[in-house]
Ligand binder design. Structure first.
Ligand SMILES: [Zn+2]
Length: 271
């Protein structure tokens, strides 16, 4: 098997505050401060396949929430030589607006999601305010449409998506939050997505404020710690502005407007 190139595409940003980011921040007894927050999706590819992990917020829901879109995810893919319309697989780590907003750009893709995630967001509790706040009704409806078209693959537990790509349902942030482990050319990459928005969540054991199940969120932290015990594991947080510093790999030959937005987590290569 040839190992995968793994890219993080920073398509959006904002500046948040710690007090509005961490659950019950007041219990830590610290002064509040700014917290730069980036929005990413990820590309996993080798000679055999290209998999897109999440697809960012749509322009309008992003604007309504005052998030800055740095590049439209579909345009970013085209800049990387990937035609969204011909992508064959999109993994949805969870159904929040900033992860499924552009699924309409992938009409040919099988969309992979945790069964628990799909069932929750098409079930009776999805419309309750504290849950619904992080989603868009038409985007959830699109997931159901994709299921009706036979393009939605629902996974449980831990599954091998393809040689060298393993998905695990961890829950916590949402009922069926997924993480992905990928055999990259520079080591195993753990795409935590929103099981870990910020590295500080793991380093200081601080849950994020949007939480479906607090116990599962803490258990997800423990799992990520276990996964990264071995050196050489590359842990990628879902929204941390440090990602660009921790993984300084640049991709050569990109259009100028993408140069600062694409972070190479791992090179591809032959094993
Ligand atoms: Zn997110």
């Amino acid at each position: 098997m040839s190992e995968y190139e793994v890219l993080a595409v920073r398509y959006g940003s904002r500046v948040a505050r710690k007090a509005e980011t961490y659950l019950n921040f007041h219990v830590y007894g610290e002064p509040d401060s700014d917290l730069p927050m980036d929005y990413f999706f990820w590309v996993v590819r080798n000679g055999d396949r290209t998999i897109v992990v999440d697809c960012g917020f749509g322009p309008e829901p992003g604007l309504a929430r005052r998030r800055t879109m740095l590049v439209h995810p579909a345009d970013a893919l085209r800049g990387l030589g990937i035609t969204p319309e011909s992508v064959s697989q999109v993994v949805v780590t969870h159904a929040h607006y900033d992860h499924i907003g552009n699924l309409d750009h992938f009409p040919a893709a099988e969309v992979v999601i945790a069964r628990r995630e799909f069932e929750f967001w098409t079930g009776p509790y999805a419309r309750r305010t504290q849950f619904a706040h992080s989603t868009e009704a038409d985007e959830l409806a699109r997931l159901a449409t994709i299921a009706g078209q036979g393009r939605l693959r629902q996974v449980e537990g831990t599954v091998d998506l393809a040689p060298g790509i393993e998905l695990t349902v961890v829950g916590g942030h949402t009922p069926g939050q997924l993480i992905a482990q990928v055999a990259g050319g520079d080591g195993t990459v753990i795409l935590a997505a929103d099981a870990l928005h910020f590295y500080e969540e793991l380093e200081r054991d601080r849950p994020f404020f949007v939480v479906a199940d607090l116990l599962e969120m803490y258990q997800g932290f423990d799992l990520l710690r276990e996964m990264t015990e071995d050196s050489g594991r590359l842990l990628v947080a879902g929204h941390d502005a440090q990602v660009g510093d921790r993984f300084a790999g640049r991709v050569e030959g990109l259009p100028d407007e993408l140069g600062d937005l694409v972070v190479r987590i791992a090179r591809g290569g032959e094993s």
